[in-house]
Design a protein around this ligand. Structure first.
Ligand SMILES: Nc1ncnc2c1ncn2[C@@H]1O[C@H](COP(=O)(O)OP(=O)(O)OP(=O)(O)O)[C@@H](O)[C@H]1O
Ligand SMILES: [Mg+2]
Length: 370
């Protein structure tokens, strides 16, 4: 008997776009159009206003203070962390704290070294260059960046072929702030050229509660402390999601209640949107329910599980599973997916007698789908 695993199994239809954390998901962590429109208004403007990330804030505060005291440009800073945790926000705060202008661009926008040369050569002294998605820059641009970061110099290539010449150009000192959701994809020479790397962590519910209360204040929404706590618990550790859920709850409060967000209003509103008490949405719950009810908690192969919930395997693997794994509800093992005791508890189900041995489910065999 063979359990299919993640490395084997039916390839998805060619041309199917890779499943992603799609915009239409209320608990998706990527910014959608509405997020982008309101995020600017909700962004903390300085380090004091920035909630949570105590370590990063303390370290960055030292880096910036010291640079200011020396009257120098701050060292290059790399911000790494999942979408929606505040990387763009922090880059703007760095510029604000240094009272420096900021230039914003992104890896995908820089396909040719020339694009980068044009930006670098027009920087003012002390300017902050924010390079979002820095892991997606092209190779030649990356190499130009090495020299610019280290020596504040670029070689501008003039002409083509054998007659091309490199004209060295001195740059004013600047601070590069790179942001990436995939620090592991950065080549070591690039990573090493940053003077300071900040790893952004997921936020604690109490921190998200503060984010929500602050945003509610800015949006002129009346929220009770318990209402904020209710939303915070469902926000997957991510300020962007917290702010988005707050806006949906506000709508509900306006239409169905007197505009005030209490615990009951928040819970009822998020019930309508199918975001449960741990922040799982319809898809997450469908995956867990199939795993528990159809396969007795596993182990079951990804392909089988995907067919059972009627989704592409990429969708299950890339959209639903990461959060379920992070929450300790599901584990990926060589024999297939298994549910943890917490998953049974979360769905209010009783594990079969043989189960309950804990994550890893050592020794137990559920012979489903053979
Ligand atoms: N520490 C924080 N305190 C208050 N609000 C925050 C904090 N971090 C993020 N936010 C809010 O969350 C939203 C998303 O943050 P931001 O755009 O900085 O995330 P990001 O890490 O750049 O995401 P992406 O990887 O998608 O670019 C912003 O509107 C911001 O107001
Ligand atoms: Mg960003």
């Amino acid at each position: 008997m063979n359990w299919d695993d993640t490395t084997r199994g039916a390839p998805s239809a060619p041309g199917t776009p890779a499943a992603s954390d799609t915009e239409d998901r209320l608990v998706g962590s990527l910014a959608d159009g509405e997020d982008q429109a309101v995020e600017a208004a909700l962004r903390p403007k300085d380090l004091d206003e920035f909630i949570g990330q105590e370590k990063v804030r303390e370290q960055l505060d030292l880096v910036l203070r010291a640079a200011r005291a020396r009257g120098a440009t701050a060292d290059h800073v790399l911000l790494s962390g999942a979408p929606g945790l505040g990387k763009t926000t922090l880059s703007m705060i760095i510029a604000a704290e240094m009272a420096a202008p900021i230039r914003i661009t992104s890896g995908p926008a820089i396909q040719h070294a020339g694009d980068l040369a044009a930006i670098l050569s027009s920087l003012q002294e002390g300017e902050v260059l924010f390079l979002d998605e820095i892991h997606r820059m092209s190779r030649p641009a990356e190499e130009m960046l090495y020299m610019a970061m280290e020596d504040f110099r670029v070689d501008v290539i003039v002409g083509k072929g054998p007659g091309a010449t490199a004209i060295p150009l001195d740059l004013p000192p600047f601070t590069l702030v790179g942001a990436t959701t995939r620090a592991g994809l950065l080549p070591p020479p690039l990573r090493d050229r940053f003077g300071f790397t900040a790893h952004m962590e997921f936020y604690e519910p109490t921190e998200l509660e503060r984010v929500i209360r602050r945003s509610a204040h800015l949006l002129d929404v009346h929220i009770e402390a318990e209402g904020a706590a209710e939303i915070a618990g469902r926000s997957r550790g991510t300020p962007r999601i917290a702010n988005r859920l707050l806006r949906r709850v506000r709508d509900y409060a306006q239409v169905k209640a007197d505009g005030v967000i209490t615990r009951e209003v928040a819970a009822a509103a998020l019930g309508v949107y199918e975001v449960d008490t741990r922040g799982l949405d319809r898809l997450d719950r469908a995956v867990l329910e199939a795993l528990l009810k159809l396969f007795g908690g596993g182990p079951v192969g990804l392909s089988t599980l995907s067919v059972a919930v009627g989704e592409e395997r990429e969708t299950v693997e890339e959209v639903a599973e990461p959060f379920l794994v992070r929450e300790g509800l599901l584990a990926r093992t060589p024999r297939g997916r298994i549910a943890t005791p917490a998953a049974w508890a979360h769905l209010g189900l009783t594990p079969p007698p043989a189960a309950g041995a804990g994550p890893g489910g050592s020794g137990q065999q559920h012979l489903f789908g053979t």
